[in-house]
Design a protein around this ligand. Sequence first.
Ligand SMILES: Nc1nc2c(ncn2[C@@H]2O[C@H](COP(=O)(O)OP(=O)(O)OP(=O)(O)O)[C@@H](O)[C@H]2O)c(=O)[nH]1
Ligand SMILES: [Mg+2]
Length: 294
Amino acid sequence: MFSFIKKGLDKTLGAIKEILPEKVEKIDKTLLEEILIESDIPYELVEEIIYYLPPSQTVVRDDVKRVLKAYFKYDTTPVQTEQNPFVELVIGVNGAGKTTTIAKLAHNYKKENQSVLLGAADTFRAAAIEQLKSWAEKIDVGIIYTQQGHDPSAIAYDTISSAVAKKIDHVIIDTAGRLHNQVNLANELKKIVRICDKAFTGAPHRKILILDGTQGTSAINQAKAFHEMISIDAIIITKLDGTAKGGSLFGIANALKLPIIYVGVGEGKDDLIPFNADDYIDTILDSIFTQTHG
Ligand SMILES: Nc1nc2c(ncn2[C@@H]2O[C@H](COP(=O)(O)OP(=O)(O)OP(=O)(O)O)[C@@H](O)[C@H]2O)c(=O)[nH]1
Ligand SMILES: [Mg+2]
């Protein structure tokens, strides 16, 4: 089976190969520990994983898979996708990949013959508005925007109202990753959430946090801060293609107890793949064990 996640894990698999040039049938736990640490699974989790393995010094693929799977029990999202419009609010620090991911998501929906309207509520920087406009043109979806410095909540409101009036299927709202300070950011995000609900009761239906995968587990604290501000529903990890820290997803999913719904594996509009924990774990284990899955 061709695995889409493989593109995103290229560097991580390369790093594993440096430690383990030849695949094995059974692996020594000390070596496994080294591989897991190298791929940026947090140290406490690695300890825990080793602890839950059978007591023998060497272990087989099925043993490892069983233990690793436990860290992704949050990967089913109970969302009401039948809401029309289905409103998604995208948040995250600047540079995490919010705007690019919004374009990819919108492109995905379009491919499924669903209509999309984008809201450029990152009014903090003029370039941010331009960037989203240029994506909207490229993937041919509508966008509501205003001038730099205008109230982002007003944009969120206008986007949702317009989508309701035009019976659009999906609304995706971009937000600023940084304001003058953290308190301002928290207040602004909370206000956007409130106004979304005013525009269409129940909106936003999904608050998505974008995390830069190249930051590895250091993104966890950042994620917790956003989660405390407006309680996130799901995570998307970007730039998995640019990092050997592919194991950090274990730490992120486990620390936040939130589902990872997609991973970004490049800068193009097609470079967003639905995250599947089984596929992800199998791809890593394929690079360690001779025994294949199935
Ligand atoms: N390789 C790679 N690059 C990505 C991916 N996602 C985003 N990028 C790149 O990361 C950079 C930042 O992405 P943006 O989408 O502008 O990030 P942002 O969070 O909107 O940033 P601000 O608007 O400044 O807050 C851009 O150069 C993107 O092309 C990915 O999955 N893989
Ligand atoms: Mg942006």
